[in-house]
Design a protein around this ligand. Structure first.
Ligand code: ATP
Ligand code: MG
Length: 393
C-alpha cells in the first residue's frame, strides 16, 4: 500500500495555552530535521491543530518511519492513504479496497470514525460511519463491528482530499527538543552516559557534550568511539556540539600529588568543574551524567556527594535508580549499545587505583586537592583553552 501522508499524534501534556504553539513549532522543526536525509520530498505543516507530513512522489517509507520514530514529542505516527474527494458510492469502494489490503486476515473487529471537515460534502459523518460500515460488512463476511473496543479504528476524514488511516505506529513520546533549554552531557565511551543523555533529551532538552581523553594513554580510536556515540544521539537530538578536552596533564598531576585511593574521586571533581565551565559558556542549565547509585566506588552516596559539591549547576543523573541491565536494555533500544561495548580504554581505567575509597570525606578530599594548588589553575586553563570542538551530526 502507498501512503501519501503521515498524521502525527502528539501528547497533550504541557502544551496547553501559550505553550502549545511553541511546542508544535518545535515539533515541526524537529520533524523536518529528522527527514532531511531521507530519500523523497516531504512537506511538514500544521493544519487545524494537527501536524501532517505530506510525501510528494516516491519516498523511502521505512526510512521515513524510522526517522519519525526518533522525534521526541511524537506519540503516534499514522500512515494515511490520501485520495481525491469523490462521489459517495465510489468512496465506499475505495474504503473497502483499503480494508482489504491493510488487513489480509479479516478475522477482526472494526469501527468507522469519520469526520467531515469539508461541510459541502453531501453526506454527514453519522451517515458516512453507517454507510462505510455496511459496505465493509457486505464485502467481508468474517469481519465484525465492535463500537466499544475495536481491533481496527478506521478513520475517514473528508477534507480537500479524503484521508483514510487506521494504523498507529508508536513514537518515542517526550517533548520536542528545544522546548526545555539545553544541558551539558559528560559523555564517555561507556554504556551509561549515552543513555543518560537520551533520557534527558527526551524531555525536550537540547544536548551539548564534553569528553575527557588522555592521550597517549587513551587512543584516537577511543575518541572516535565517543564521536560515534554523539552521532548516534544526534539522530534524536539534532547536531551535538562535542568538546573534547585533553585531560592528561591534570590526571598526571593528580597521580603525582594525591593519594592513589582518591584518584578517581578527585579526577571526577575536575571533570565536573571543566564540564560546568563549558556549560556556563554556552548557556546550558544543567549537567548530565550516567551515574547510578552504587555501580562503582565513585558512585556511592558519599562519592556522589563529594563529586556534586564542586558544581553550582544542577546535576541530572537520570539513571540513578537503574540497574545495569535496565540501562543496557535502553541502550539497545536506542542503538548505542554496540558502539559502547567496543573495547577501547577510557581515561578512567588507566589511572584507577586497586582499592579506591568508597566513602570519601569531603574535607579529606579537599585537603588532598590542596597539593595541586600550585599548578591546577594553569592546568585548568590549558585544558579548556586547548579544547577541540566537534559537531556531531
Ligand atoms: P559510562 O558507562 O557512562 O562510562 P561508567 O559506568 O563507566 O559510566 P564512571 O566511569 O564512574 O561510570 O563515570 C560516571 C559518569 O561520569 C559517566 O556516566 C559520565 O557521565 C562521566 N564520565 C566518566 N568518564 C568520562 C570521560 N572520560 N569523559 C566524559 N565524561 C565521563
Ligand atoms: Mg566510563
Amino acid at each position: 500500500m502507498t501512503f501519501q501522508t503521515f498524521l502525527i499524534k502528539y501528547g497533550e501534556i504541557g502544551i496547553k495555552g501559550k505553550n502549545r504553539y511553541m511546542f508544535e513549532d518545535a515539533l515541526v522543526r524537529q520533524i523536518r530535521h529528522s527527514l532531511r536525509d531521507v530519500e523523497g520530498s516531504f512537506h511538514v505543516h500544521k493544519c487545524q491543530g494537527r501536524i501532517y507530513v505530506d510525501c510528494e512522489g516516491y519516498y523511502d517509507y521505512d526510512e521515513a518511519v524510522e526517522s519519525l520514530k526518533r522525534v521526541f514529542g511524537i506519540v503516534g505516527i499514522c500512515p494515511v492513504v490520501r485520495i481525491e474527494v469523490k462521489e459517495y458510492e465510489e468512496l465506499k469502494k475505495d474504503v473497502v479496497a483499503y480494508m482489504d489490503e491493510a488487513y489480509p486476515d479479516k478475522n477482526i473487529t472494526f469501527k468507522v470514525e469519520s469526520r467531515r471537515a469539508k461541510k459541502t460534502y453531501p453526506v454527514n459523518s453519522m451517515e458516512i460511519n453507517c454507510g462505510l460500515g455496511e459496505a465493509i460488512l457486505d464485502a467481508f463476511p468474517e469481519i465484525r463491528v465492535d463500537v466499544h473496543n475495536p481491533d481496527v479504528l478506521l478513520n475517514v476524514e473528508i477534507r480537500e482530499e479524503v484521508y483514510i488511516y487506521s494504523q498507529i505506529i508508536p513514537g518515542p513520546g517526550g517533548m520536542p527538543i528545544g522546548t526545555n533549554g539545553k544541558a551539558m552531557l559528560l559523555l564517555s565511551g561507556g554504556i551509561d552516559s549515552p543513555v543518560a543523555g537520551y533520557m534527558v533529551a527526551k524531555r525536550g532538552v537540547g544536548l551539548e557534550a564534553t569528553y575527557f581523553h588522555a592521550p597517549p594513554y587513551t587512543s584516537e580510536r577511543a575518541k572516535q568511539k565517543v564521536v560515534d556515540l554523539a552521532k548516534k544521539l544526534a539522530k534524536y537530538t539534532g547536531p551535538i556540539r562535542l568538546n573534547v578536552v585533553n585531560f592528561t596533564d591534570i590526571q598526571l598531576a593528580i597521580y603525582d600529588k594525591c593519594p592513589h585511593d582518591e584518584l578517581t574521586i578527585i579526577m571526577r571533581r575536575y571533570m565536573m568543574k571543566i564540564a560546568e565551565y563549558f556549560a556556563d559558556q554556552s548557556g546550558c542549565l544543567g549537567l548530565i551524567t550516567g551515574e547510578s547509585i552504587g555501580q562503582v566506588a565513585s558512585q556511592t552516596m558519599q562519592s556522589l556527594l563529594v563529586t556534586n559539591e564542586v558544581c553550582h549547576l544542577p546535576v541530572f543523573r537520570p539513571l540513578i535508580g537503574f540497574d545495569k541491565q535496565e540501562i543496557v536494555d535502553i541502550s539497545e533500544k536506542i542503538d548505542t549499545y554496540e558502539t559502547s561495548i567496543q573495547p577501547f580504554e577510557d581515561c578512567c581505567t588507566i589511572f584507577v587505583a586497586k582499592h579506591p575509597v568508597t566513602k570519601p570525606k569531603l574535607d579529606v578530599i579537599k585537603r588532598s586537592e590542596q597539593r595541586l594548588s600550585e599548578d591546577i589553575d594553569r592546568l585548568f586553563e590549558e585544558a579548556v583553552n586547548s579544547v577541540e570542538v566537534i559537531i556531531a551530526e
